[in-house]
Design a protein around this ligand. Structure first.
Ligand code: TTP
Ligand code: MG
Length: 346
């Protein structure tokens, strides 16, 4: 049997801020989108300490301020940082699952074939080692897996086998896609929980919601849903390192490049990819950025990666007398190799 997992990070933006600045530990943290030069705004998310004060997503900043205490820290969103941290979590999933569907920076579906609970525990541990806490739901389709990841939040793990029983008491408002308007219409005909929805007379439900939505919700109430993952076609991967000291010495820069290749290759291996284009990135002390790239025969080995990258670096260094601060390597034209592919093929 194929299991579908849904992972959702707990208090994601706020947790990123706690990782960025460990002094925030133990304090209520509120991440905000500021408007009008910072005088007003809205809460993006808050950590669980701040939620205890009643501060949560979507709340106007003014209200959050009145609920806050002396310890509460308000911070602006830093999307670029969150996106980088998110990639670390996604690579844990890619490493542990053959197929993933990323939904947003903080959530993804993934496929597991055997021992789903054991695998999910391992994923949770690895996600924790990156500084995060997450909740995972497991079922045989995406809809129920997502409901399950919300079941025990935060730090939850819920496997659902008897879907109808699991959904029975859930308020219909928790069904993904049921907004406040639909919820109201359902309440008017006495439907509060998924079980009411499942039992509701077909014609009455269709009159209240229209045929299409009625049919869709009835399926959900019965725990049915798609198990098809829409996988991303990742287009490129890169690794850039800042050198221990600035240098214009070719062999010194090449050594740093070799480190970048080593790290990038680990990811290429983890994600079971092969590449057909290599690019070297050089950033000098004035923060000018230069690139040299070339198309190559589809490859997957570290030797090939470093070989192509070092020849590109040599070409660049012979043309330009740069004082290098950062050096990196990027691969694109990625294809899946799959676990079974023999190394010889590439
Ligand atoms: P969520 O997963 O809904 O929230 P969360 O991760 O902060 O908390 P939890 O999952 O533990 O309940 O959303 C993920 C991120 O999306 C969240 O950290 C901030 C952002 N976000 C907003 O900017 N505005 C919003 O209204 C919501 C709900 C989330
Ligand atoms: Mg979340």
């Amino acid at each position: 049997m194929t299991w579908i997992g849904h992972l959702d990070l707990d208090a994601f933006f706020a947790r990123c801020e706690e990782i960025k600045n460990p002094d925030l530990k133990g304090k209520p943290v509120v991440v905000c989108v500021y408007t009008r030069g910072g005088s007003s705004g809205a809460v993006s998310t808050s950590n669980y300490r701040a939620r205890e004060l009643g501060i949560g997503s979507g709340m106007p900043l003014s209200e959050a301020k009145t609920r806050s205490n002396d310890e509460t820290v308000f911070l602006p969103v830093d999307r670029e940082y969150y996106s980088r941290r998110s990639q670390e979590v996604m690579s844990v999933l890619r490493k542990n699952s053959g197929k993933i569907q990323k939904n947003s920076v903080d959530e993804a579906f993934f496929q597991l074939r055997k021992n789903p609970v054991e695998k999910a525990r391992k994923i949770k541990e690895e996600v924790e080692s990156k500084g995060f806490s997450c909740s995972i739901g497991l079922s045989d389709n995406k809809f129920v897996a997502k409901m399950a990841s919300e079941h025990d939040k935060p730090d939850g793990l819920k496997k659902v086998e008897d879907k109808i029983d699991f959904l029975r008491e859930k308020p219909v408002g928790e069904i993904h896609g049921v907004g406040s308007k639909t919820e109201e219409k359902l309440q008017e005909i006495g439907v509060e929980r998924c079980e009411d929805l499942r039992q509701m007379n077909n014609a009455r439900l269709a009159t209240a919601l229209g045929r299409n939505q009625a049919a869709e919700l009835r399926e959900k109430a019965a725990g049915k849903g798609s198990a098809e993952l829409e996988t991303e076609q990742q287009k490129q991967m890169s690794k850039i390192t800042t050198m221990n000291e600035d240098s214009s010495d070719h062999s010194f820069v090449e050594k740093e490049l070799s480190r970048a290749c080593y790290r990038l290759h680990k990811r290429i291996e983890e994600e079971e990819k092969a590449f057909s284009s290599v690019e070297v990135i050089v950033i000098d002390t004035e923060l000018n950025s230069f690139t040299r790239s070339k198309k190559v025969k589809t490859s997957r080995t570290r030797e090939k990666l470093f070989g192509h990258a070092s020849s590109l670096l040599e070409e660049f260094m012979s043309e330009k007398d740069a004082e290098v601060r950062r050096v990196g390597v990027r691969v694109s034209g990625l294809v899946d190799t799959g676990k079974q592919t023999s190394l010889v093929s590439f």
